[in-house]
Design a binder for this molecule. Structure first.
Ligand code: RP5
Length: 167
């Protein structure tokens, strides 16, 4: 068993609403595929700010090595978490009803200099890639996990090499 598979959560997945789950489940699924100890919950920046700060403030001492934060619209959750912790925050823009997530993307990506949020693509790809980045962070100190991440990449290479086009 790799260190990342031990019981204490190493990656926290948070989202501003249960309505974000449709997208954020793809981050959780990827963490599960790699057997990464994780936790997932709703934390709303504007509806439960005290809980958001408590989560960020305790993240490092609880052992979290990365936080994946998804939000839509005026998506301040990732940035506000990042303001309160030095644990890397990986932001996932969730598609919004009226602006289809372009608002979420710009809200998350445009952090002022000094407090970074690593920002991913809007939607499912972003959620999955945020999880893969969290796994890559863990793999910097876990050779077994690094080997499995490399295998994951190799399988994609093989699949692409096997692709054919209609004659
Ligand atoms: C944001 O508002 C959430 O991240 C969600 O994407 C959006 C809408 O939330 P609900 O009205 O569906 O709860 O805070």
């Amino acid at each position: 068993m790799s260190d990342a598979q031990a019981g204490t959560p190493l990656v926290g997945v948070v989202m501003g609403s249960s309505s974000d789950w449709e997208v954020m489940q793809h981050a959780v699924a990827m963490l599960k595929d790699f057997g990464i100890a994780h936790e997932a919950q709703v934390i709303s920046a504007h509806r439960m700010p005290d809980q958001m700060f408590a989560y960020a403030e305790s993240a490092r001492s609880r052992g979290l090595r990365a936080i994946i934060a998804g939000a839509g619209g005026a998506a301040h959750l990732p940035g506000m978490l990042a303001a309160k912790t030095i644990v890397p925050v990986l932001g996932v823009p969730v598609p919004s009803k009226y602006l289809r997530g372009e608002d979420s993307l710009l809200s998350i990506v445009q952090m002022p200099k000094g407090i970074p949020v690593s920002t991913f693509a809007i939607g499912e790809a972003g959620a999955a890639n945020a999880a893969l980045t969290a796994i890559a962070i863990l793999a910097t100190t876990d050779d077994q996990l690094a080997a499995r991440l490399q295998e994951f990449r190799s399988r994609q290479t093989q699949a692409a090499l096997a692709m054919t086009l209609p004659a």
